[in-house]
Write a protein that binds this ligand. Sequence first.
Ligand code: PEP
Length: 251
Amino acid sequence: MRTPVIAGNWKLFKTIGEAIGLVKDLKPLVAGTKGVEIIVAPVFTALGRVADELAGSNILLAAQDCYWEEEGAFTGEVAPGMLKDAGCSHVIIGHSERRQYFGETDVTVNKKVKAAINAGLTAIVCVGETLAEREADKTFAIIETQLWGGLEGLAPEAFSKVVVAYEPVWAIGTGKTASDTQAQEVHAFIRSLIARCFSQESAAGLRILYGGSVKPDNIKELMAQPDIDGALVGGASLNSASFAAITNFAG
Ligand code: PEP
């Protein structure tokens, strides 16, 4: 009942030309993929051109961040409505790299999520614990704080425009994937938390993605878990063949 989502986060990689080349290669490889929402998230400067290239395909477009104001004297920022204007349907919010290097907090995540939804975008909200937090048995507490802080004040209906990505920080770009059991445990916890804090319906329909060194050879096992509804993929999304193999996990 929950359509799986496979989203590629290209981070700070690919010029406009390279981004277009990647989607040109990707389109035929995923054209036959049914029942999976496929998303790519290039850098801001490539969004408009990639949107043109994606027109008529089964690949959706996301930005990697946004600001929470619609317009104004906020040099360097990009508003959710402007992302929509550029062709985006989704925006990644609260990625651990933004939390780690750019001062993103649960408060700013919350403002961005609300602004994104108001602009008609779907927010892919990232949460995840560091290795030190996991080793100190704080995983659930951290996830609860980040989720509660990031989603506070949302109406249950808003959850149709929210996707949560559980990305253990220690698994991002490290080649270390959380085991299926570790990931499932946190995903089930996230779903139960949403049921408790918002509504049973919001929780049942919520897509919860796993992120952290997802590759063609581990996606199948992850997707076999009952509460894992897809993946947010970094490194392996930069190559059309490996990203297509991940989107074709069921084949
Ligand atoms: C990410 O960037 O969200 C990510 C999960 O990266 P990687 O797949 O490279 O670990």
